[in-house]
Write a protein that binds this ligand. Sequence first.
Ligand SMILES: NC(=O)c1ccc[n+]([C@@H]2O[C@H](COP(=O)([O-])OP(=O)(O)OC[C@H]3O[C@@H](n4cnc5c(N)ncnc54)[C@H](OP(=O)(O)O)[C@@H]3O)[C@@H](O)[C@H]2O)c1
Length: 451
Amino acid sequence: MAEIQTPPYDLIILGASGFTGKYVVREALKFFNAPTSPLKSFALAGRSQAKLRQALQWATHPSPPPSIPILIADTTDPLSLQTLSSQTKLILNCVGPFRLHGEPVVAACTSSGCDYLDICGEPEFMEKMEAKYHEKAIETGSLVVSACGFDSIPAEMGLMFNSRQWLPPAVPNRVEAYLSLESDKRIVGNFGTYESAVLGIANADKLQELRRSRPKRARPAILGPPPPKGPLIEHQKKVGLWAVKLPSADSIVVRRTLASLTENPHGLPAVNESAEWVEKRKSFWSTVKPAHFGVKIGTKSLLGILRLMMVGVFMGILARTSFGRWLLLKFPSFFSLGWFKKKGPSEDEVQSASFKMWFVGHGFSDSNLASQRNSKPDMEIITRVMGPEIGYLTTPIILIQCALILLSQRGNLPKGGAFPPGILFGPADLRERLQQNGISFDVISKSRLPA
Ligand SMILES: NC(=O)c1ccc[n+]([C@@H]2O[C@H](COP(=O)([O-])OP(=O)(O)OC[C@H]3O[C@@H](n4cnc5c(N)ncnc54)[C@H](OP(=O)(O)O)[C@@H]3O)[C@@H](O)[C@H]2O)c1
């Protein structure tokens, strides 16, 4: 019988020379060869040897860089991706926009059976990859998991954390998340995220088309009435924010996890799971109760919200024509009112930024109340997820923790398939790992609502 060869690398960071990629390298190095870490070997990959070398130097500065192999791969060259994916257990893909560059990487991983994680925040890409590669990934034993960054793990883990505070007989009905970005300096994002957002808006109808062509997913049974529509701008006094709906990937990814949970109420059976793990998985999911979920972005002043809405209007209108997109992409700083820059934030700007995401849950103190006519939630539980800067500190922390789970607990995860991160990593202690690495989850209050 032919011997199955273990690939030489535990993981490869593809797009390591990018703005986010280099921060991912810095985060990976913290765990490289540490005594209890499963990360014993890794390589950097991309299309420019010189840029990758610079990224490695930047990531280890002021220490000299360790000897990390550099591999050349281009997403326009399928053979280079095939070679890459045959050399590793796992690829961490940081090459975006994903709608432009992601599919060949997923195709290579699912063909060779290597696992794939990315930091994509583009719903159409995620759903398209699931539609096209899920079956192949099951067959070859490749796990394909998008959205392993700020999009959308704080939302996924944050909703689960809030939902698990509703102890029987209490049940949640809806959870609204309020994201607040904070800094003593300016809050700035890199062009890569901005470009991905512009292209996402431009192609919004493609996502609807894709969904219409796919079988409907299971809907979770949520107790109580549907959530009220609410005002366009909300003043959420409990968390001190003015807030408006955030059209991010978060609620879409959460919905996919809840659909997956409805189809698999005990979570996803794994390749090689022990009886102890099966027990843990089942007991974890038995405490997660589905709820309606939405995300809003908030600022302390009404003026801040009006500025955000202005950027949304610019992008919403201009992204729909090719000339408008050209303008948006040529002058990112102007059209985003300074929130996105071609060269990204400075190190100081990154270090001084942080986020808070408040989860305001409304539900019933007793599930029997939920089925009564005209029932209204009588209980509120507020929880909070808090961490450092979202794009270049929180995202690498999350991606690397997801990678370490894959490397250390592969037997507790399904053989293969394309899944949202929450359904895979929820019971695998991702929240606890994030907590140990600077992203905290706290219960803020539990109270009865006035009748
Ligand atoms: N989930 C989240 O919260 C989150 C956070 C941060 C970023 N992101 C996403 O991550 C993506 C990257 O953002 P970024 O700001 O880091 O962008 P970036 O600085 O432009 O980096 C892009 C990377 O992709 C590489 N690349 C481009 N075309 C390639 C090709 N044909 N073959 C191989 N590599 C190629 C670039 O290589 P070169 O250096 O050779 O140009 C670079 O390494 C975006 O889609 C963004 O939305 C998500």
